[in-house]
Design a protein around this ligand. Structure first.
Ligand SMILES: Cc1cc2nc3c(=O)[nH]c(=O)nc-3n(C[C@H](O)[C@H](O)[C@H](O)COP(=O)(O)OP(=O)(O)OC[C@H]3O[C@@H](n4cnc5c(N)ncnc54)[C@H](O)[C@@H]3O)c2cc1C
Ligand SMILES: NC(=O)c1ccc[n+]([C@@H]2O[C@H](COP(=O)([O-])OP(=O)(O)OC[C@H]3O[C@@H](n4cnc5c(N)ncnc54)[C@H](OP(=O)(O)O)[C@@H]3O)[C@@H](O)[C@H]2O)c1
Length: 377
């Protein structure tokens, strides 16, 4: 088999076309989760199930305008270090969130009335600075100190670089060799009386509009399916955590993988937030997905999460593990993945008849032998 090596990479991203957008959540949902299809045609890029797509977003033009207005600049000023004008730099190269210490220090230098910033710019007082900056954007700082009078070059020098965002790939190259599917929860919220939006999720939802966007493949060797397709897999993927497991199931269907599969999916409400419900049910019907357990957290007064479904099926889950099943988790790192990990320990303890220490050693062994795989964020 010949292997094509693409000239595109994180350093030289491919301008990929966004070919399709579909709302996955139904009207009335408190969330806006979208399915995107991105074309890799002509790139020579290849991906594998488990990989993520890296996207370099652009900032919203209205946010760029607000920063320009607050700094008294037009945007047409050339930025020597970048070789493009200020508007271009503010649009594609720097973040307008997360004001830097350097920005505060520069304002302190330029505006005597900014003395209150002096305790924040002390590198020893990182937590004070972090607390103060939390929820503030670059525009808030520039508006507060209108006399700072930055030149375009000075302003660019004190802003942080705009970072790419990663998204778990929700398709299999065996089913879609030239396309990548994504499952994205759009970040919109209100803070301190102002509407805020996530940079990249709203870039995808609102601003690419059938155009192209700079992308790269982020390989995730730690999140591949078992090499032996007869090995069973347990997949825990609430919310957008479903993305890589849709790719797993697509691939297993194409390959006719004989190993058993078990999916735990959860989201807020069954009626509005059961992402890819039809496809998942079809895989159940075709025997690609052998077991499905769902946890809709807000369909009843008390919250029900995926880990509760795991606990309810502890004996069977234990049997699957003992039969050599791999255990996969994808989605929220801060709470969900920790709670699922705790549930896994309890299942090994209770259904496996082990002490706390033995259960910890068992789970550790799952990790060491790479049968416990996580892609959490
Ligand atoms: C390996 C990996 C895979 C991923 N896969 C997916 C995926 O498949 N689907 C997906 O949707 N995401 C995924 N993510 C997350 C994704 O990369 C982005 O972090 C996410 O889309 C938000 O990016 P953004 O630019 O829209 O928001 P940003 O501009 O980065 O803003 C997000 C920040 O806004 C703040 N914020 C958000 N909500 C609130 C609130 N209610 N109140 C106060 N502050 C708030 C928080 O500080 C948060 O960190 C993945 C991340 C990784 C690392
Ligand atoms: N680090 C981060 O900032 C971060 C990480 C992941 C996602 N998000 C943001 O969250 C939004 C939606 O993301 P998403 O669709 O992937 O998932 P999500 O909405 O956060 O959660 C999906 C489901 O998981 C439930 N859940 C909440 N806490 C849980 C826990 N401890 N254990 C198990 N399940 C739990 C949720 O229930 P309830 O909501 O009813 O409690 C919901 O039913 C997006 O805006 C995304 O950017 C942020």
């Amino acid at each position: 088999m010949s292997v094509t090596v693409s000239t595109f990479s994180r350093k030289n991203p491919f301008p990929a076309r966004l070919t399709r957008t579909r709302l996955l959540t139904a009207p009335g949902s408190g969330k806006e989760t979208l399915h995107f299809e991105v074309s890799l045609a002509g790139s020579g890029l290849a991906y594998e199930v488990g990989d993520s797509l890296g996207i370099f977003p652009s900032n919203d033009a209205a946010e760029v305008d607000a920063v320009l207005a607050a700094s008294g600049l037009s945007g047409d000023e050339p930025v020597e270090s970048a070789g493009v004008n200020l508007r271009e730099v503010l649009t594609r190269q720097v973040t307008l969130r997360e004001p830097s210490r350097q920005l505060l220090a520069a304002i302190l230098e330029k505006c005597p009335e900014a003395a209150e910033l002096s305790e924040l710019v002390d590198p020893e007082a990182k937590s004070v600075m972090d607390d103060w900056v939390d929820g503030r954007e670059v525009v808030d700082i520039l508006q507060a100190y209108p006399r700072a009078g930055f030149t375009a070059d000075e302003l660019v020098k004190v802003l942080r670089k705009l970072q790419p965002r990663l998204y778990s790939i929700a398709s299999s190259p065996k089913a879609f060799p030239e396309d990548i599917h994504l499952t994205v929860a759009v970040v919109r919220y209100e803070l301190h009386g102002r509407k805020r939006q996530g940079v990249c999720s709203t870039y995808l939802a609102d601003r690419v509009n059938g155009g192209t966007m700079p992308v790269f493949i982020h390989s995730a060797k730690h999140f591949r399916q078992p090499e032996d397709p007869s090995v069973p897999v347990i997949m825990v993927g609430p919310g957008t955590g479903i993305a890589p497991f849709r790719a797993f199931l697509q691939e297993r269907e194409v390959l006719g993988a004989p190993g058993k599969t078990w999916l735990f999916f959860g989201d807020r409400n069954r009626a509005t937030d059961f992402l890819y419900e039809e496809e998942i049910n079809a895989w159940r019907g075709k025997g690609v997905l052998h077991r499905l357990d769902t946890a809709f957290s807000r369909d009843q007064p008390e919250k029900i999460y995926v880990q509760q479904r795991m606990m309810e099926n502890a004996a069977e889950l234990w049997r699957w593990l003992e039969d050599g099943s791999y255990f996969y988790v994808c989605g929220d790192a801060s709470r969900m993945a920790k709670d699922v990990d705790e549930a896994l320990h309890r299942i090994v303890e209770q259904a496996g008849g082990k002490s706390k220490e033995e259960a910890a050693a068992y789970v550790e062994e799952l990790k060491k032998t790479k049968r416990y795989r996580k892609d959490v964020y």
